[in-house]
Design a binder for this molecule. Structure first.
Ligand code: NAD
Length: 283
């Protein structure tokens, strides 16, 4: 029987655990979200983050800027947030308009407040095997695997998608858990050959039905990170209805990785708060 991994109920459990942690903290940790422009998907994601902060009793601040904002004006707001003691986590909602370089902007966030884990300092630490703040979606994927008691040690893990946000950090996380990891991308010559060897297959591309049933090994664990809007419905990158017949376990879209990403952001805000107070040890 295929297990449909219920990311929402796992995330709910994590919220209960985090609530206990927040109660034990004297101050209220705070998250600031920087939103440039009015991309409809970004507005939905930002609202989800606000809701999650409210649920945990964290402070939340939204800074909205027009699409035309210049680099210097944006950076001066970020520097002010870096200095603001009531703010422990800062995220710049992606995508940014073309005239702003995401790497440049994120590099100006205080790395101890970089709760998306995308500052080069945080990504470099992950690569060095000494992670501090880990990007939320890859962290959510490994947390799902852990809570479903899926041992990745010695397994063939295949990731489709090599973004800095998902694929690359996940590569390092799975490697650190002793999986044998392959990463595929738009120039991979035979995607099916690679995915067919996967004991654990993670897809993070943004292409509906990219992963069809003939590309999945019988008994594989399939984690679908993709979010696509098709006929006004959200779907992932995996042909869920077909692939669920061969997988041992599979995440649905919606209700799989998405809720875990927001829960891990909340976890990162608390981690960042602790780092800033100097009472955090990585485990
Ligand atoms: P991205 O556009 O930065 O990267 C996409 C990757 O897919 C690239 O590395 C590219 O090489 C690869 N790719 C493109 N076409 C391919 C093909 N035909 N075969 C193999 N690889 C191909 O995207 P991203 O930011 O990593 O996001 C990927 C998807 O995950 C999107 O749908 C996004 O909405 C979703 N996402 C979901 C969550 C969540 O919480 N569930 C979080 C982040 C991103």
């Amino acid at each position: 029987m295929t297990k449909i991994i219920d990311g929402k109920s796992i995330a709910d459990r994590i919220y209960e655990e985090l609530k206990e942690e927040v109660i034990a903290i004297k101050d209220k940790p705070g998250l600031a979200v920087v939103l440039v422009g009015d991309d409809p998907a970004s507005i939905v994601y930002v609202r989800n983050k606000e809701r999650a902060c409210k649920r945990l009793g964290l402070n939340y601040r939204l800074l909205k800027f027009p699409q035309s904002i210049g680099r210097e004006d944006l950076l001066s707001s970020i520097r002010a947030l870096n200095e603001d003691e009531t703010i422990n986590g800062i995220i710049v909602q992606m995508p940014l308009p073309e005239h702003l370089d995401a790497f440049d902007i994120v590099s100006n966030i205080d790395p101890l407040k970089d709760v998306d884990g995308l500052h080069p300092d945080n990504l470099g630490r992950l690569l060095s095997g000494k992670p501090r703040i880990i990007p939320c979606t890859p962290l959510g994927v490994v947390e799902l695997l852990k809570r479903e008691n899926i041992d990745v040690k010695g397994k063939n893990a295949v990731i489709v998608g090599r973004s800095n946000l998902v694929g690359k950090p996940l590569f390092h996380l799975l490697l650190s858990l002793d999986a044998t990891v392959t990463i595929c991308h738009s120039k991979t010559s035979d995607l099916k050959e690679e995915t067919s060897r996967a004991d654990i297959l993670v897809c993070a591309v943004g292409a509906p039905k990219l992963i069809t049933v003939d590309m999945v090994k019988e008994g594989a664990i399939v984690i679908d990170v993709g979010i696509n809007r098709v006929d006004d419905k959200l779907v992932g990158d995996v042909d869920f209805e077909e692939v669920k017949n061969v997988a041992r376990a599979i995440t649905p879209v919606p209700g799989g990785v998405g809720p875990m990403t927001v829960a891990m952001l909340m976890k990162n805000v608390i981690t960042a708060y602790r780092l800033q107070k100097g009472n955090y040890e990585h485990n």
